[in-house]
Each structure stands twice: as C-alpha cells, then as structure tokens.
Write a protein that binds this ligand. Structure first.
Ligand SMILES: [Zn+2]
Length: 339
C-alpha cells in the first residue's frame, strides 16, 4: 500500500515539473542563442524571436563611418630587425607605429621621417606597440626632433635604459599620453582606429600585451598586431571584434609562434607585409608562417628584408598601388623555397 502511494506521488509530480523544465530550458536556449549572436535581450527582440522573425545581429564595435576623400600612404620602413610603419593621409594626418631598433647606428628612422614629413614635422599619433628595443629604438629622438601630439603605450613596464629614457622624454614632452585598451576607438583625420589589444586585465607579457589596432581608411582596412603571439590571436577569435582586413602586417616579424592559420582565415587579408632584418638570428620570417599566409589566399606578400622600404598608396575608392625599393612580390619566392 505504501509502495502504491509512493508511485502515485511520482506520477503526479512530473506534470508541472516537466512543464517547468521545458519552459526553463526554452528560456535558457533563447538567452544563449541571443547572447551568442550578440543580440541584446530587449522585450521587442524576445517577441520577434518567439515569432520566428529574423533579427539583425548588432555590431559590438563602431564601423568605419568616415568616407575617404584623399589618399593614404603606408610606409613600412626598412629599419632592419625591427618595426616602424608610417601612415600618412593627404590631409597631413600622420600616424607612426614603432620607431625601429636601438642599435641602428645610422638612425634610419630619423632620416626616413625627415624625408617623409620634414624635420620637426607633426606626428599626430605615435604608437609604441610594446617596450622591446626593436620597437622603441630611437623613440626618444623622434620625440626630440618631431612634433608628437599623442603617444600610446601598452603599460607593460620594462627596466631597460632605452625604455626609461623614452618614458623621461614622453613626460618632458607636450604629447598626450594614453594606454588604450580593447574596445577603445579613436579618429585621426580620415583614419579610424579600433584597439583590439591589450585587455583591461594585462597578460603580463610584453609581446602579448602589444597594442594591436585595426585601422580603417574608408573601405580599406589594415591590421597591426605588434609581436602578439597565437595566445592573443586565439583570444581574439573568441570575441565579436571585426578582424577582417585588406592588409595585414604579419605578426612578430613573421614568427611561426604568431600568425596561426585560424586567425589568418578570419582576417582573410589580400596583402601581407612583414618587417625583418636580412639574415636575422631569429630566422624571421619563418617558412611555416609564410606557408599559412599563402594558404589563406594572400596574393601579395612583401618584406623589408627582401624589398627594402615598402610604400603602399591607397586611393579613396580602396584601390592601391605599391612602390618597392627593390625586388618583387614574394609569394612566388616562398613557393619556390617550399619545393
Ligand atoms: Zn619585435
């Protein structure tokens, strides 16, 4: 008798419990799906979802809104085993990403800048992707000799004399100083920048805390990741950040420990440029990274070790032309090496 009573109780309970569980799982699945598609949970969106209507996915970041009217040049300066990229708009806007190597006795970065923007010329934004000496090289001299309006650094402190000297120069200058984080945006002339890295919580690794930016010039986009490794690339892939770019500056001078295939597939660049020194001790660019670049369908590849300084001119309709100091498109060169 006791057993019968117990069984009856078990039979009665599921009726409301099942309904509750079904409702709960339906609600959770709706929330999860809307969250995955980055749709905010408003009553209107929920109603539209339950009716089976299509809801447009929201863009988490600002999209380029400034149409390009002039031209833009991207100069990948030949500074040996280091980085220095000068970006100029025809309205006079100038952005410099990194300042080359500390041990470049010729101080080529200064000569290049004198030629490109004139001695004492204006640099609207100077980005030091991170504090390594192949990126902040002659940054102190750039601050001494040119009119730098704003400086970005990644906030990862180094104890080297080069770094400390640079910090002294920055604080002595009139430049605005910022340590931007993921999600921040900025506009300089016709260039719109989105910061992809570092994050609010630092990775406490100078390379992986590299300032990474997506730069838009009208419909043309360029991605710079500094020396960030595949760890950062993997993390970026889990975000809703827009990563597609026409031009990709190959990560970490073409290291195989950056430039993962899945990341490159998401970026889907048409053109790629790396900056590396001739016969450098790191073996940059690594053939593994170059193979991945080819695998994702990049049609044009250039490197400062083979092509010297490389200048890309982008027109306001997004079309572009190249000017190389020497050599030619390297995609075929690496094809030959692989055989
Ligand atoms: Zn580097």
């Amino acid at each position: 008798m006791a057993k019968r009573k117990k069984r009856q109780k078990i039979v009665k309970k599921p009726l409301w419990l099942v309904i509750l569980l079904v409702c709960l799982s339906l609600t959770l699945s709706v929330i999860f799906e809307m969250n995955a598609r980055n749709i905010s949970l408003t009553p209107e969106h929920l109603l539209a979802y339950l009716k089976g209507e299509e809801i447009a996915t929201e863009q988490p970041m600002s999209q380029p809104t400034i149409p390009a009217t002039g031209e833009a040049t991207f100069q990948f300066l030949n500074v040996g085993q280091g980085d220095a990229t000068l970006i100029k708009g025809s309205d006079g806007t100038t952005i410099l990403i990194d300042t080359g190597r500390y041990d470049d006795r010729e101080k080529r970065i200064i000569g290049y800048l004198n030629e490109a923007i004139g001695t004492g010329g204006k640099i609207d934004l100077l980005i030091f992707t991170h504090g390594d000496s192949d990126h902040i090289g002659h940054g102190d001299l750039v601050l001494d000799y040119f009119d730098v309006k704003e400086v970005w650094m990644n906030g990862f402190d180094s104890t080297t004399k080069i770094y400390e000297r640079l910090l002294d120069r920055i604080s002595a200058s009139k430049a605005v100083y910022k340590e931007p984080k993921r999600g921040e945006t900025a506009t300089f002339g016709e260039f719109q920048l989105e910061v992809l890295n570092p994050t609010e919580i630092p990775k406490s690794n100078t390379n992986d805390d590299s300032i990474s930016v997506m730069l838009h010039f009208g419909t043309f986009s360029a991605l710079f990741t500094g020396d960030a490794s595949t760890r950062v690339e993997k993390e970026l892939l889990t975000t809703q950040l827009p990563l597609q770019a026409t031009l990709f500056q190959v990560g970490h001078h073409g290291s195989k420990d950056s430039n993962s295939l899945t990341f490159l597939q998401r970026v889907a660049p048409k053109i790629a440029v790396y900056s590396a020194g001739v016969n450098n001790t790191y073996g940059h660019p690594h053939i593994e990274a170059m193979n991945r670049i080819k695998e994702v369908g990049v049609t044009e590849l250039y490197g400062t070790d083979q092509n010297g300084s490389i200048t890309l001119t982008v027109k306001n309709d997004g079309s572009y032309t190249w000017q190389l100091e020497k050599g030619e498109n390297l995609i075929n060169t690496f094809n030959q090496k692989e055989k």
